[in-house]
Structure formats: C-alpha cells, structure tokens
Design a binder for this molecule. Structure first.
Ligand code: SF4
Length: 617
C-alpha cells in the first residue's frame, strides 16, 4: 500500500464522525492531479474549505503554477475544530486535497496572509502539519513556508513563522520562487543559502535577513534595505482561470469569478487595498468576455461575478455587460458586480445585471456628515445618495444596504448622530417614491464597523478609538437611528480592537500570537470561537499592552513597523493626504491622466496597460 493511500484511508475513517465531510474529500470537478510531478506546492488558505475555496488569489496562483507540467499544486485548508480534534487523536497530519499527501512532504507550502484574524489558524495548520512554528527551527528536511497576500504589507507580526513572504502580485513571482528553490536544491544549497537566493527575487521578503534596530528593521547579508512591492503591469497578459475547481459542498461564493481590474484610484484615506494595489490596471472587454464564457462552459456554474475593488469604475463595463448578456442569453446565467458607486450609473448597472429581478443594492457612504466624508475622501454627497435611493425605490427596489464606520479620525458625537439623521432621510426618500400599499416593505439595512488604522494609508499614524469611546458612540448611534424600517447590525468592536493590535504590530507581537494560539485561539474571525479574554491573557503573558498598541498614535518621525516594506506610495504623499484629511480637503480620483502624485507609477519598471490598450508610464 502506498503512503498516499494509507493516509487517505486514515482520513476517510474519521469522516463519519465530523461535520461536513465534503470539506475533506478530493477529486472535485476541475481538480488537477499530477502524481509524478517533480515539485509539489501546497497552496493553503488558512480557514475552512468553504471560505478558502472562494479565494480568487488562490485560484489564480494555482493556475499560474499549473502552467508548468513539472509542478503539482495541492490545495490545503484548515479542517474545522471537530476534524482537528479527530486528526490529533489519531495522529493524522494535515493533508493536501489533491493527493492526500502530508503537507510536510511537499517542497513548498504557500500560505495566504488574508486577514489578521486568521493568524492563529496559520499556527494551528503548521503545527497540525508537524512543521516547527518558527522558521529558525526548520531544517533542510522541511518544506519552505512562504506567505503572501494583503497582510504582507505589514509582515512583522507573522514574520518569525515564515521563511519568506511575497509582497505584491504573485503571477510571475510564484514561478520565480519555485525556479529559485529548485535551482538551489540542484546545486545542493543549504536552507540559509536558498533563502538568501529567494531574497534576490523582486518582492520577496526573507524575515531572517532583517534585524530590529533603533530606526526599524535593518537588512543584513546584502538584502535590500526596503522590499519593493511586486506589480504586474498588464493584467490582460494572464488568462483568468478558465477551468477552476468546482466544489462538492456549498462554499461562500459559489460561482465563476473574473477579476476585471486591479487597484482603485478613488483614494479613500482609510482603505489599505485602495492604496497598496495601485495603480489601476484593467483587463480588456475582449479578455473578460472570453475568460468568463470559457469558465462558465468548463464549470457549468450559473453565475459569474466580475470582481475588483471598484468594478463600476472599469472603463468598458457597459460594453462587457452588454456583450455578456448577448453571449449568455437563454442560458439562465446571472452576472453580478460586487461593488457599486453611489450614482445614477449604479442603478443602470443594477438594471442591466438584474434583468427583471431587483437584486440587492449596497452602498458605502462610510460617514454620516459631509465634513467627515471629506476627511476620509469619500467623494459621495448626500444629494447623490438620496437621488440614487429615490431612483431605485421608484423603479421597484424595496431594500438598500448602507455601510458606515465608527471611530474615523476627527469623528465627533455630532458626526455619529449624523449617521442616524442620514438614514432617516434615506428612509423618507425611499418611502416618498414607494406606492402607498408597499411602503411597509421599505427597509434600510445599516451595517456599522469600527475603524482600524492600516499600514500604507494616510491614516497609518492614527491610533484606534478606545473601547469606552466606541461604546459611547454606539449608544449615540442607537439613539439616533429611526425605530422603524431599519435593520441595524454591528461588526464586533472587540474583534476590530484585536485587528488593530495585529495590523499595527511589530515583530514582538508574534510572541502574543503564539501565546494566544497555545491558549486555544483559532478561527478568531468566527464569532462563536473568538475570545477576547484569551487574547488579553496572551498579551499579559508576553508583557504587551494591547490597548496602547491599538490606540497610541505613531509620531511622524517614528520608524513604523512596516517601514522596510515599500508599497510604492511615497511617505510624502501619505503625509500630505493626512494633512488634507485633517483640513477636510478632498483629493481627486487619479484615473486616466489626473495623476495626484502618489508615487507608485514612476517606481514601476514597465508601463501600465489599461483596458483600451493605452499605456501609462
Ligand atoms: S502615480 Fe499618479 S496615476 Fe499612478 S497611481 Fe499614483 S496618483 Fe494614480
């Protein structure tokens, strides 16, 4: 019996006793099996199968790696707690889906750093795989453990657990990393020599080559003083996955996804993604339609989502939607766009997308007062929002969802009360245009989160609003909210507090993450699993004051924990944007020629290619 079959038999014997065994079964439609591959990559999303299967970046990277017939890509997700307990009880190590191999037997383990609240999941996965948690404890026999994803822009809290972390776009970098590892192995290089070679790849950060100094992290052994974010210039040069794996079980977004553009030029000052994925790069209408139709044909899905940070900003979106509507006529396939702007275009888009159906309308004004919307550079006026709501409810919509944030820089009690007043006016506008008998059905869903200051944004120096103040403002908001017609929901402020500690943390925070995991923290993003008490005990154990870490502002001249990561956005621009925020002055969208000098484009080695084929140097 081969070791693979043996491990599968041991996994299989556990499935009858756990929830959703389909999470652990391989051979879904589209899964690629390469038993004889020379090199094996475990691509891990550190959450359950149904969450991880919705991650588009994982599909894109698997697709890129699969272009080499010598590489086998094996997906890995974190089993749910019941399966973890069963695996530990029976000494079953973390395994890959495609071949049911032990993760520790792969050549490279790539892990998505998606969200701060998955950090303890990563430690659980490493431990379940039988891998040492800390990179310095791994030997020549262990696979390389490499991270990448949004949280790589402040890698420090997780740096000790990774051999290397990729900052930025992975389309080309993943193949270069594999090639460098194979070449190093072929010449008999040690693990340290291999890591030194990886550090020469653009965008690759090797934490062991950086030491903490009085002015921040200092490079050693000839590594670059700052790790420059990797940027692909022409998205159209990479085919969107045309035959993605189709899961057996329900997953979070069960549909085809095509990334239509990367980056966002709107310049919301709180938004890390809007800063670190600059500049905007569009796929052409031709390639979007071609790849969407190919993926729908291959998978049999009945929905395709055109994804990005701001899909409505794609310069050829109407053309894409009309062409897709023609190609998909009579097939019953729906097209969805996840993010809408607050303007008349949103409505015509919603009509185009929904056909006869009144699909959900979601807008994010983020703040209740115009003053605060100017501070955060959210270029949405109340008149635009009310006009869009009137048009929508006049055309038959009966529900709209609005996102707001509490604790934004300069926020006052009046700004918070203004959210309630704005929601009242939205309700009134919606009722005004709704025929009498249907007025009772009008609903406004209001979702409120707490601001978390993030690296590489104009608010990166700000502290988070303290918890007592958050509770005070939540009470103001509750009082200001209309009693009827509103569904109010909160993102747990205690979770945002932890997110702030981890997002603003330096390398010392790694000790707290490990201490929390040793106390049982895992699946912190799942409400039923999150325990603030456990985290407070962990911080106390390693003598870190989490309240200070979350809420103490950084001085302008203080070295930031992520200063050695070069996102391309200049500090001069971020400081100027911070000053404009405090003065309530907005900054224009930089799309198509109106450059506001954030610094990214001049640092790129190649021109940026836009949808119409024009190039921006
Ligand atoms: S350099 Fe100019 S055009 Fe390029 S992303 Fe920054 S603001 Fe936009």
């Amino acid at each position: 019996m081969s070791p693979v079959t043996d491990l599968w038999k041991r996994v299989e014997s556990l499935l009858a006793s756990v929830e959703r065994p389909a999470r652990y079964i391989n051979r879904e439609w589209g899964a690629l099996h390469r038993p004889d591959a020379a090199y094996r990559v475990a691509l891990m999303y550190p959450d359950t199968y149904e969450v991880g299967m919705a991650n588009q970046a994982l599909q894109v990277l698997a697709d890129r790696l699969n272009t080499s017939p010598e590489i086998a890509v094996e997906r890995v997700f974190l089993p749910w707690v019941d399966m973890i307990a069963a695996m530990r009880a029976h000494n079953v190590p973390l395994f890959t889906l495609e071949s049911c191999l032990p993760v520790a037997g792969c050549d490279l383990v790539g892990i998505t750093l998606a969200y701060e609240l998955t950090y303890t999941n990563i430690l659980e996965a490493l431990d379940l795989a039988g891998l040492p948690l800390r990179a310095h404890d791994r030997t020549e026999d262990h696979p390389l453990v490499i991270g990448g994803g949004p949280c790589s822009h402040n890698p420090e809290p997780m740096a000790p657990f990774f051999d290397a972390i990729l900052v930025g776009d992975g389309e080309d970098a993943v193949l270069e990393i594999v090639a460098a590892h194979r070449a190093a192995r072929d010449r008999g290089a040690s693990r340290a020599e291999t890591l030194r070679a990886l550090a020469d790849i653009a965008g690759v950060y090797v934490p062991s080559l950086y030491e903490s100094g009085p002015d921040g992290m200092v490079a050693t052994d000839g590594a670059a003083p700052r790790v420059k974010r990797r940027v692909v210039s022409d998205l159209g040069a990479y085919v969107s996955p045309t035959c993605p794996v189709v899961p057996y079980a329900d997953v979070v977004h069960d549909r085809v996804t095509v990334e239509v553009l990367r980056g966002c030029s709107r310049g919301c000052r709180f938004c890390q993604a809007g800063m670190v994925y600059r500049p905007v790069r569009e796929r052409s209408a031709d390639s979007i339609v071609r790849d969407a139709v190919a993926a729908l044909t291959c998978t049999g899905y009945e929905e395709v989502s055109l994804t990005s940070l701001s899909t409505a900003d794609h310069s050829q979106l109407e053309e894409v939607l009309r062409r897709l509507a023609r190609r998909l006529e009579g097939t019953g396939v729906a097209v969805s766009v996840p993010s809408l702007r607050v303007d008349a275009f949103a409505l015509s888009l919603a009509r185009l997308l929904g056909g006869g159906r009144k699909t959900g309308l979601t807008f994010a004004p983020e703040a209740g007062s115009q003053r605060l919307r100017d501070v955060i550079n959210k270029n949405v006026t109340e008149e635009e929002l009310l006009a869009t709501v009137r048009a929508a409810f006049g055309a038959g919509w009966r529900r709209v969802k609005l996102y707001f944030m509490l604790g934004l820089p300069t926020e006052t009690d009046e700004d918070v009360a203004a959210i309630g007043a704005l929601v009242s006016r939205v309700l009134a506008a919606a009722r005004e245009v709704t025929p009498g008998p249907e007025r009772g059905a009008v609903r406004v869903a209001v979702s409120v989160s707490t601001f978390v200051p993030k690296a590489h944004t104009p608010f990166q120096w700000e502290g988070q609003l303290g918890q007592p103040d958050v509770r005070h403002r939540q009470a103001i908001l509750r009082d200001a909210m209309p009693r009827k017609g509103v569904d109010l929901s909160w993102h747990d402020a205690n979770v945002s507090f932890l997110e702030a500690v981890l997002a603003r943390g330096d390398r010392s925070v790694a000790d707290a993450i490990e201490a929390a995991w040793r106390r049982g923290a895992m699946f912190d993003a799942w409400t039923e699993r999150y325990s603030l008490t456990r985290w407070l005990e962990a911080f106390a154990e390693v003598e870190i004051d989490p309240v200070e870490r979350a809420s103490e502002p950084f001085a302008d001249d203080q070295p930031l924990p992520w200063a050695h990561v070069d996102s391309g956005i200049s500090t001069t621009f971020l400081l100027a944007e911070r000053d404009r925020a405090l003065a309530g002055v907005t900054t224009e969208d930089c799309t198509f020629g109106r450059c506001t000098n954030c610094g990214v484009c001049p640092t790129l080695d190649t021109d940026i290619v836009l949808a119409g084929g024009e190039r921006r140097g």
